[in-house]
Write a protein that binds this ligand. Structure first.
Ligand code: A2P
Length: 407
């Protein structure tokens, strides 16, 4: 482990340093894009904060999907950029003496930081922990500088030709490469070419939609669920891939949005569109390894129309005993507009029964806009059971039972 270096002698001592947890960071670079003063940067390995640049504005906190950005160390000398580029994990908080940590400069900063952090975490997002029973994930095995090569095994359109969204099921064969993944993790795809400034395109992150042992048991492949975005460099590259094409991938990433292994865990999954990817993986894992599990799985899944809902056909075939399916549509011709949060309200009794159980996990994945509506529905439902939702949500998050990944 690197020791802090004296490369910013002018900084106040002790110094409260903003750091990023390389284990939970999924290398989506949203923090780098959100930083108004370019104090966040990356190399082939890690995304890091420049101690001489960060002014604690907290603009980067809310956009981070994993909470990896929300880490701090009180140090006498800040960790340099090079130290941080070399990290595989965060260094422990050093014992720098009670007199020092309690200095008025750090205390004053703490108060202001707490206020800003509370503002940033006002939504449902925030720091999360993995489920207690989740397997230990491998992260960042393949980096920008040392990506893995995968071969395209299949590229199938999931939405009908008439639907206005083109969502694809992409299967990637890893060949002889050991690329261990868990349900809920993501990989990066490196599109070829450069941006307008002549810099290589950054990888784009996609959730894995297959279980850890592959599309079919014991196959060294994985699948992705990718929506073609107008003008999207990487999504168009991926959606146009042909069988046999070879591509560069990074990852795996993600250490908290993971499937609980406990067969008694109840799993409430809430998603829109391609946010269904991890839940396909969760469902296949349960069905494959514990089809008679006591824990219930409920999927609230919103799309515009049935033919725009990825995996509509296969999903309907999953037995209700394994997966209770609540599919709802916002633009179907034969039903009223319905969002996932509307369906959750309609099914409030079932949701409340599960909220009361300490074995229940909630996972939300998909459009950022959905987060507020889902949070509101959960608050209403919790209130009917005499729960204070913000308190319950915090408790669930601290117990690794509440997970949000929105974009
Ligand atoms: P709509 O676009 O009709 O308002 P897609 O990924 O194809 O855009 O689909 C996402 C689904 O999520 C659509 O049915 C979309 O409805 C719906 N949606 C849009 N905004 C929200 C929101 N704030 N809360 C929940 N669902 C939403």
């Amino acid at each position: 482990m690197n020791k802090p270096l004296a490369d910013a002698a002018s900084l106040q001592k002790p110094f409260k340093q903003h750091v990023i947890d390389p284990e939970t960071c999924i290398r989506c670079y949203t923090c780098e894009e959100a930083c108004p003063i370019d104090a966040i940067t990356h190399d082939d390995n890690n995304v890091v904060v420049d101690p001489t640049g960060c002014d604690y504005c907290m603009s980067c906190i809310a956009p981070c999907p994993t909470g990896a950005i929300d880490n701090w160390r009180v140090v006498m000398e800040p960790y340099s950029l090079d130290d941080q580029f070399g990290w595989d994990e965060l260094p422990e908080q050093e014992d720098i003496g009670p007199g020092d940590t309690g200095s008025s400069a750090v205390e004053a900063l703490d108060e202001e930081m707490e206020r800003l952090l509370n503002e940033a975490h006002a939504g449902a997002g925030g720091k999360s922990k993995p489920p207690a029973s989740a397997s230990k994930p491998s992260v960042n095995l393949f980096t920008l500088g040392k990506p893995a090569t995968a071969t395209v095994q299949g590229n199938y359109r999931l939405t009908s030709e008439t639907a206005d969204s083109d969502v694809r099921h992409i299967i990637l064969d890893l060949g002889d490469t050991s690329f261990p993944v868990l349900e809920g993790q993501s990989i990066g795809i490196l599109p070829p070419g450069e941006d307008a400034a002549g810099k290589p395109f950054l990888p784009r992150l996609y959730s894995i939609s297959s279980p850890r042992d592959g599309e079919r048991p014991q196959t060294n492949n994985l699948s992705l669920t990718v929506k073609r975005e107008p003008m999207g460099v990487c999504s168009n590259y991926v959606c146009d891939l042909k069988k046999g094409d070879r591509i560069q991938v990074t990852g795996p990433f993600g250490a908290t949005f993971l499937m609980p292994n406990d067969p008694q865990a109840n799993v409430i999954m809430i998603c829109t569109g391609t946010g269904s990817a991890p839940f396909r993986a969760f469902t296949m894992r349960r069905q494959r390894t514990m089809p008679d599990a006591d824990g219930r799985m409920i999927l609230f899944f919103g799309a515009r129309t049935p033919d725009a809902l990825p995996y509509f056909g296969p999903l309907k075939k999953v037995p209700d005993r394994v997966l209770e399916k609540e599919l709802c549509f916002s633009r179907a011709t034969d039903s009223d507009k319905e969002y996932v949060q509307d369906r959750m309200r309609r099914e409030r009794a079932r949701v409340l029964t599960l909220l009361k159980s300490e074995r229940t996990h909630i996972f939300v994945c998909g459009l950022k806009g959905m987060e507020e509506g889902v949070d509101g529905a959960l608050a209403e439902i919790a209130r009917e059971g005499a729960f204070d939702w913000p308190t319950l949500r915090t408790q669930m998050r601290e117990e690794g039972r509440y997970h949000v990944e929105t974009y």
